[in-house]
Write a protein that binds this ligand. Sequence first.
Ligand SMILES: [Zn+2]
Length: 369
Amino acid sequence: MELITVPKNAIIKYGQLWNGISPAADGPGRIYIADGLIAPSLAGAQEAPLLDFSRYFLMPALIDGHVHFTFPDGTAPSGRAREYLQAGVFAARDAGNKDGFLPAYPPFLLLQSGYAIHQKGRYGSAMGLGAANLGEALALIDKLAAQGASQVKIVASGIFSFTSFGRVGSATFTTDELKQLVRQAKGHGLPVMAHASGDEAVRRCLEAGVDSIEHAYFLSLESLREMAARGTYWLPTLAPVDAQLSDPGLAKQLTPQMHSIISRSLARHLEMVAEGSVLGVRIVAGTDAGAPGVAHGRGLWREIVLLQQAGMSAAAALQAATSTAATACNLSQAGTVAAGKKPYLLLLDGNPLADPAVLENPAALLLPA
Ligand SMILES: [Zn+2]
């Protein structure tokens, strides 16, 4: 796996191309990079140096919409950004940690929330700061914005139970409180990502106008329809629950009853992903990397496979980790291979629309100069 900086002016020759949106790939062909951006045509390209990738499949580089960069050990190992880049993931959105803001790790792009905001005494202390009341939560948003947050992360519920099917840690902030938190974040121009599982918390977050709902285990069909109507992004985070079952070290710690409950919970969630996809919900791949059994970087390959297992087409599952993830994460210059975008690109030895396993051995990650 090579990291290649694309010169400001270059012609990229490819064998096949998937642009991040289309149902299928095409090629062979060439794209022209002019002044650091993908040009609308090859006009004027003659003078530019040629990058000959005609043996390879070209697609947008991957984005993970939900990670915990400092997990599992509470510190940021310097090699972690490299793990993402080596997996073809050039950017990830951090969903909060208890150390607040982290250094930058160029060329990897970490979109930081700093501290996730939760209600003091309720779920969320491992990934942020608790607010004793609404005023404290609003003040924390101001502070995070001043420190350069890319988005605000709010914890609006607990997590689902591994011992009682369908039981979820209850919703925390009220709809009115959530509305005020969203308004405060918007005042700073920041999107809000909300941790919510259980339908009550999901409904409150939707009504409050959050930008993305994270997890949403045990949401209802009605909420899915509402998500589709509002254009709210959904990050179903299948990988951490799948890991409980598929990681041998984790699976052996489960009682048969827990195994059964987690299996049923995941099966239900996969069905909701299929429903959401049909309804046109904007589904984004987010791994919760750093959670037990979910590797930083490589975990995204598994999330893409799980989205396909749920019933999404290969192109839709890849969109969730490219074009849709880019819009959810405000990365307007990435996510597609299209005129005006920067060349955040991935080179593969085969077509991931035919076989997602080719993602597991990326040939190179191309990054803009
Ligand atoms: Zn998370």
